[in-house]
Design a protein around this ligand. Structure first.
Ligand code: NAG
Ligand code: NAG
Ligand code: NAG
Ligand code: NAG
Ligand code: NAG
Ligand code: NAG
Ligand code: NAG
Ligand code: NAG
Ligand code: NAG
Ligand code: NAG
Ligand code: NAG
Ligand code: NAG
Length: 722
């Protein structure tokens, strides 16, 4: 018997892999004689070498005793001949490296080490054994490059290789696959492979069915030769840097059911005559590329199609009416293209399974086709930023499952009618109507009730007149209210604190009058973070995509910033001292009002504040010095008031520009025109380490609170990109 070599874990994680017990084991094993029908001494030795290569064995050693038949060891299954056939150690918390000794198990056909913390390389001997059929090392921390196999090897039996969700780098093997005539599936997604996509398996392996290369750094074009993959069912390569067009040859892979190349740099026109060849397609995702031209008419022939994703391309022309013939459609996402014409050209009556329809940010005209109201399973309807007009009709009440409607930035009319129709949709949780109903009256009709589950309501940018209506007080589940850019007058209603979940209020740029009500200072969500038992705002439709390309478009819709924006109104009186109670606030904007007297010291209690804008009021007195203790404050504006005294120094204040303080002639600071007396002046200090840390903390916090949320995009981003 050969002495046991030191672990072959090849690269940088070597330190985990020192074989402490090797010599001892040799002695022990030499004394062993394996009983007939159980695993051989050689197998036991290979397994124990694998075990010693682990720095964390998840308790395996207790079961893997040299004295017992290894067929009884945890995770091991032997064949009828008593030889080790399967090693199944998924989710064991294993750490350390994968010893190449496993390749000596000559009957091992299935090896599953997924969901561990294994590191180092994947021994190439394991891929090239003459026994392994299924190799799954997905969800580990394996790294390094995969070597091309020696071309002199005989044909190998490997059928399934799952190396996804690791840290592999370098070029993806190409000629290696020529040795594997039984290959069925390769999943190499979620690594850092680069270079070209190979297509060699299409020639060598007639049964090749699944290739997943999503989330890597593949470049170059889609290789010719894929069309020879006559059994190919799934081809995913989203989130790479692939260029060029869809090669004609690709359309010869007529078994394809799942074709997905989102977020690459693909371009060109999708050929009508070729598209038809892929009549087995169930899932097509070409989103986030540069495709142009029209959606081919022949798409109607794809009778099995369930998901169509072509968002964020340069697709023009009208929607082909034939789309209405894809009767199995569940998802249509065509947002952010250059589609025009009437989308009523499609008869939606024949799409009973449709759940998600996103046609936002195109140039559609006309009215919402009545036929859409027959899609009883529709949960997500986004038509924002088009040129649609008209009124909703009663028939929309058929959409009992709908949870999200965005009609923002069109030219819909009759808001009273719209709200009366939509109020009965019991599952509606987000309703975005902004940028329509120009200069209509905000309905104050008490018969607007319902909206039982509404969590987010946006009726902004409408120039609506009237008051903040009382019916809003009945929306018990409201978390987010956006009424900015209207002409609403009257006071801020005192019932505001009865909405227990309200945490985002933007009523800026209206004509609201009166004082800031103290009720506002009693808003439960802004006062306390204790209220956790409410479901978080809205599921994003992107969760649906997770099952799709594995192109991880999921974005947390929670973590909405807690915000009050009352800016640009006609509010008067003082900033209530009770403002200090709103400890959860991240952003407070009271700018462009007629507020007077001093800024209450208690404002310094708002420890989470990131944005504070009190500019363009008539505030007097000093800037509260306690504000320097607000470590997250990154935007601060008190310009154009009548403040006086020195600008506080230190903390985040060392990062604010003089424009934050402009227009207060009585303020003094070394950075302002008006310098303070030497006695009070404090030379601007260089940014300290603590301040730098604060900045970093802020940046992280900012990303967390402001950088997420589909809904946040929906509500606030149109302000910036229409
Ligand atoms: C490996 O084990 C994991 C966890 O049990 C399982 O999800 C996966 O399907 C297995 N892999 C193969 C190829 O069977
Ligand atoms: C790895 O991929 C194979 C083939 O697609 C699959 O059977 C297996 O379940 C995957 N493993 C995990 C952990 O998902
Ligand atoms: C590939 O592996 C990832 C996990 O790493 C999984 O989510 C995905 O579904 C797999 N792809 C296929 C085609 O099974
Ligand atoms: C991608 O791989 C990383 C590292 O293994 C893992 O944490 C992450 O969950 C994977 N992503 C998905 C969606 O599979
Ligand atoms: C978008 O498509 C039009 C033709 O429809 C073409 O003229 C234009 O160059 C394309 N733009 C990009 C960025 O590909
Ligand atoms: C749409 O299709 C339905 C069912 O096939 C049919 O009854 C209806 O007349 C069609 N509508 C239009 C506008 O063509
Ligand atoms: C409304 O939502 C609830 C809870 O999510 C769900 O159980 C119910 O089936 C939905 N109703 C319809 C008509 O979709
Ligand atoms: C919006 O609709 C109204 C009434 O239907 C019409 O007068 C107006 O011109 C339309 N505005 C735009 C920008 O299309
Ligand atoms: C709005 O719709 C309601 C109900 O359909 C109708 O009574 C009212 O006249 C409409 N208002 C306008 C301005 O068209
Ligand atoms: C304020 O709202 C009006 C509509 O009521 C709009 O025309 C104007 O542009 C808005 N101002 C700002 C600064 O957004
Ligand atoms: C505060 O609101 C005003 C008026 O709506 C706006 O102009 C300003 O940009 C806002 N300030 C911040 C910091 O967002
Ligand atoms: C049969 C045999 O050799 N058993 C040995 C296995 O290893 C332990 C120590 O880990 C020894 O105590 C046994 O004698």
């Amino acid at each position: 018997m050969k002495p046991i070599p030191h672990s072959s874990c090849s690269n940088k994680n070597r330190k985990f892999c020192i074989n402490f017990f090797g010599p001892v084991l040799v002695l022990l094993l030499l004394t062993l004689i394996s009983p007939v029908g159980s695993c051989t001494e050689k197998e036991r030795s290979s397994l124990l070498r694998f075990l010693t290569g682990l720095s964390q064995d998840g308790g395996l050693a207790a079961s893997w005793q040299n004295s017992t038949d290894c067929c009884t060891w945890e995770g091991i299954t032997c064949g009828e001949d008593g030889a080790v056939a399967e090693l199944s150690l998924a989710s064991r918390g294993l750490q350390g490296c994968i010893s190449s000794s496993l390749s000596e198990l000559t009957s091992l056909s299935r090896l599953n080490l997924s969901y561990n913390l294994l590191s180092g390389g994947l021994p190439s001997k394991l891929i090239s054994t003459s026994s392994i059929v299924v190799l799954d090392v997905s969800f580990n921390r394996l790294d390094g490059e995969l070597q091309e196999l020696n071309s002199s090897l005989p044909d190998l039996p490997l059928q399934v290789l799952n190396i996804s969700s690791n840290l592999f780098t370098g070029a993806f093997p190409s000629t290696t696959w020529e040795k594997m005539s039984s290959l069925v599936a390769i999943n190499a997604s979620n690594n850092s492979f680069s270079g070209y996509i190979p297509s060699s398996f299409c020639i060598s392996s007639p049964s090749f069915a699944v290739l997943d290369l999503c989330y890597n750094q593949f470049s170059g074009r889609i290789p010719p030769g894929i069309g020879k993959c006559s059994s190919l069912i799934t081809l995913r390569a989203g989130q790479n840097n692939i260029i060029g067009t869809l090669p004609d040859d690709l359309f010869s892979a007529t078994s394809l059911e799942h074709l997905s190349f989102p977020n690459n740099h693909l371009q060109g026109i999708i050929d009508d005559a070729l598209m038809i060849k892929l009549s087995n397609l169930v899932f097509l995702d070409l989103g986030g590329n540069r495709f142009s031209g029209k959606i081919p008419d022949s798409i109607g022939q794809l009778k099995r199609l369930e998901e169509l994703h072509m968002e964020e391309n340069n697709i023009s022309g009208e929607l082909p009416p034939s789309l209405g013939e894809c009767t199995n459609l569940v998802t249509i996402n065509l947002k952010k293209n250059k589609l025009k014409g009437e989308f009523a050209k499609v008869n939606f009556s024949n799409l009973p399974n449709l759940k998600i329809l996103d046609l936002s940010s195109n140039y559609f005209i006309g009215t919402i086709p009545e036929s859409i109201y027959s899609c009883r399973n529709l949960t997500w309807l986004r038509l924002s930023t088009n040129k649609l007009h008209g009124e909703l009709t009663k028939k929309i009440e058929n959409l009992k499952s709908i949870t999200f409607i965005s009609l923002s930035y069109n030219n819909f009319t009759n808001i009273t009618n719209t709200l009366h129709i939509l109020k009965s949709l019991r599952n509606l949780s987000v309703l975005l109507l902004g940028g329509n109903f120009m200069h209509e009256d905000m309905p104050e009709d008490e018969t607007i009730d319902g909206f039982e589950n509404i969590q987010g309501l946006g009726i902004h940018d409408c120039g609506l007149t009237g008051k903040i209506p009382n019916w809003l007080s009945k929306l018990r589940n409201l978390q987010l209210l956006a009424l900015y850019n209207n002409q609403l007058s009257g006071p801020i209603p005192t019932w505001i604190n009865s909405l227990n979940f309200l945490k985002y209020v933007d009523i800026s740029n209206n004509s609201l009058t009166g004082e800031i009500p103290t009720a506002l200072m009693e808003m439960p969500m802004l006062k306390s973070d204790k209220i956790e038992d409410h479901p978080d705002l809205i599921v994003s439709p992107f969760t649906v995509y997770v099952g799709a390309c594995l192109c991880f478009q999921y974005r947390a819709a929670s973590a909405f910033p807690k915000m009050l924006n009352l800016g640009n109104n006609k509010l008067s009186g003082v900033i209530p001292m009770e403002i200090g109670q709103l400890k959860e606030l991240l952003s407070l904007n009271l700018s462009f009002n007629n507020l007077n007297e001093e800024i209450p010291q208690s404002i310094s209690n708002l420890k989470n504040l990131m944005v504070l804008d009190l500019s363009s009021n008539h505030l007097t007195g000093p800037i509260p010095s306690g504000l320097v203790n607000l470590h997250f404050l990154s935007e601060f504006n008190v310009s154009y008031n009548d403040l006086e005294g020195p600008v506080p120094t230190g903390g985040q204040f060392s990062t604010f520009l003089s424009s934050s303080f402009a227009g207060n002639p009585k303020l003094c600071s070394p950075m302002l025109e008006h310098h303070c007396n030497l006695a009070v002046a404090d030379p601007a200090s260089p940014i300290s380490t603590q301040q730098y840390i604060d900045k970093v903390v802020f940046t992280i916090a900012f990303v967390v609170f402001f950088g997420v949320g589909v809904l946040y995009d929906q509500i606030t981003m149109p302000r910036y990109f229409g």
